[in-house]
Write a protein that binds this ligand. Structure first.
Ligand SMILES: Nc1ncnc2c1ncn2[C@@H]1O[C@H](COP(=O)(O)OP(=O)(O)OP(=O)(O)O)[C@@H](O)[C@H]1O
Ligand SMILES: [Mg+2]
Length: 234
């Protein structure tokens, strides 16, 4: 369970303070699929980054299973990210000097996994890139790079997968492919999935849609996505 209370983020911008997140309170139970939607600048990426422990709030708290993360020391925060969080950036963020295989190996080697090489190969095969193991990011299409990013984010089976517009730079067929991968990870491993999207169809395949506006929660609704997912699987 992720518990967010009175989360506020203010930053200096153009000589004065701007409020990016304003008193956001919400709980995300384990295994939920959540879409975060809202206009550009409404604070979606900021919220995701705070949940990931990539940034620290001005005030308020974020706790995972009762453990406060917003005040953790840097080393504890790094362990929190390693053990609990997979993060998929909108712009892929692959390491350009490493091949697809080496990019996926990074978190596995950091975690000290002995069979890292086999696991990374298997993951890339799962995302349909078994023939692209030794390609560098520049030699991959956008959709292929995003699939490497999914494999990397999921390499250590994090209980929470955060994805910032994972299909934002992809055509609709490739985007659907990446979404199917994320939904399969959710289904097979019970991963909590929180994703930012501008795409209505994707939002409605989540169980819950949280809309932000001007840094505040504008609406928080449960969808009937499970029925729809069941229908599309038939
Ligand atoms: N480091 C920063 N310094 C100053 N302002 C920032 C910083 N990061 C974000 N902002 C501002 O905070 C607001 C929210 O940004 P955020 O990236 O969370 O929006 P978003 O909802 O993800 O938008 P988009 O849909 O365009 O990605 C924006 O107005 C942005 O300009
Ligand atoms: Mg954003």
């Amino acid at each position: 369970m992720i518990t967010i209370s009175h989360l506020t983020m203010r930053l200096a911008g153009g000589g004065h303070q701007i409020t990016i997140l304003d008193d956001v309170t919400l709980e995300i139970p384990d295994k939920q699929r959540v879409a975060i939607v809202g206009p550009s600048g409404s604070g979606k990426s900021t919220l995701l980054g705070l949940i990931a422990g990539l940034d620290r709030p001005t005030s308020g708290s974020i706790a995972l299973n009762g453990v406060e993360i917003s005040t953790m020391r840097e080393s504890a925060l790094a362990r929190y990210r390693r053990d609990h969080i997979g993060y998929i950036f909108q712009s892929f963020h692959l390491i350009p000097t490493l091949t697809a295989l080496e990019n996926v190996l990074v978190p596995l080697e950091l975690a000290g996994m002995r069979t890292a090489q086999d696991r990374a190969t298997e993951l890339l095969q799962t995302v349909g890139l078994g023939e692209r193991l030794h390609h560098y990011p520049v030699q991959l299409s956008g959709g292929e790079q995003q699939r490497v990013a999914v494999a990397r984010a999921f390499a250590c089976h994090p209980p929470i997968l955060l994805a910032d517009e994972p299909t934002g730079n992809l055509d609709s067929a490739t985007g659907q492919h990446v979404m199917n991968l994320l939904l399969a990870l959710h289904r097979d491993y019970g991963t909590t999935l929180v994703l930012v999207t501008h795409d209505r169809a994707i939002a409605s395949s989540m169980e819950r849609v949280i809309a932000l506006r001007d840094g505040r929660i504008e609406s928080d609704t449960l969808t009937d996505s499970d029925n729809r997912l069941a229908e599309s699987a038939q």
